[in-house]
Design a protein around this ligand. Sequence first.
Ligand SMILES: *[C@@H]1O[C@H](CO)[C@@H](O)[C@H](O)[C@H]1NC(C)=O
Ligand SMILES: *[C@@H]1O[C@H](CO)[C@@H](O)[C@H](O)[C@H]1NC(C)=O
Ligand SMILES: *[C@@H]1O[C@H](CO)[C@@H](O)[C@H](O)[C@H]1NC(C)=O
Ligand SMILES: *[C@@H]1O[C@H](CO)[C@@H](O)[C@H](O)[C@H]1NC(C)=O
Length: 321
Amino acid sequence: MSTPMAALIQLTLFCFVVSNLFLSGVLATTFTLSNKCEYTVWPGILTNPGVAAISTTGFALQKDETKTINAPAAWAGRFWGRTLCSEDSTGKFSCATGDCGSGKVECSGSGAVPPATLAEFTLNGAGGMDFFDLSLVDGYNLAMQVTPQGGTGNNCTTTSCIGDLNGSCPSELKVTSVDGKESVACKSACLAFQQPQYCCSGAYSTPDVCKPSNYSQIFKNFCPDAYSYAYDDKTSTFTCAHADYLITFCPPLSTSQKSSQEQTTTTSPSINGTGGTGTMTYEGVSSLDGSGASRSTWTHLSGSHAIVGAISITVALWQLL
Ligand SMILES: *[C@@H]1O[C@H](CO)[C@@H](O)[C@H](O)[C@H]1NC(C)=O
Ligand SMILES: *[C@@H]1O[C@H](CO)[C@@H](O)[C@H](O)[C@H]1NC(C)=O
Ligand SMILES: *[C@@H]1O[C@H](CO)[C@@H](O)[C@H](O)[C@H]1NC(C)=O
Ligand SMILES: *[C@@H]1O[C@H](CO)[C@@H](O)[C@H](O)[C@H]1NC(C)=O
């Protein structure tokens, strides 16, 4: 093979790869999980039925650690945090709050045992918008915040449930640690009393009939942006187009703006060669997440990508002449 030919092939491949990575960064949605708690959190991820799943379903996130994962197009599901987790002598993994019952770090299709604070997403839903919320409908175990990055829309803003609700949790809803000394989570009234007026079930299954309760109001006062009961949509549902999302556990009280800006710089797509794109931002070692990145890249390797590939080849030829 002649040297110019080899150079042409190399250049073509380079342009093709770079342009694909760039476009994937723009088209795919990334979730960046950040742990600002003073302790390790084990995020759990559950994909809704009938939707292509995210490649990981659970992992450990050390204090101050950040991990970015890619979501398939039109993904829908939830994130939550598990706390006070450990492995017993037989190797069974379990957590004091948010446990998914899998016995392993990966939840593999199981959801959180309530109470657990949930961050819920439906990407590319009605009108091409992403819908997201924080929910305390299943109770509370951790302060969480969702910050959209680079999206557009009227309700494309940060939603947060900041602070430590287990401190202001009424005693009848409190969940304490095994030794009974520490309050670790707060049940919803639905979970604690299993009554239709709290669960918006049975005779209370419509928004007109199921009103906020004295208990849901405690949650609402504490976290005004989060769902405090099933029909809390008006003040709790947020929408963005074309955003990536930063999910923070134990968000700092005063620096939510700052952390959102920090993250914007680390996850924005970049065209300057080695800088990396949003989809390439990955600060962990799990090969599962790595394969997620490549799957996402190939999923989007169609249509506009083929056109860009053709342009890359044309540019490469032109540069050689
Ligand atoms: C709330 O729970 C966390 C652990 O999940 C614990 O560290 C903290 O002390 C609790 N807060 C109160 C006020 O009990
Ligand atoms: C909420 O209301 C119920 C009855 O309506 C009452 O038994 C309960 O003590 C109240 N709880 C709080 C925290 O206000
Ligand atoms: C979203 O925007 C609409 C009006 O455009 C508003 O009525 C609604 O309360 C907003 N939702 C939130 C959660 O801010
Ligand atoms: C290039 O990438 C580096 C790091 O990835 C970034 O700091 C820098 O601002 C980028 N430059 C341009 C012009 O985008």
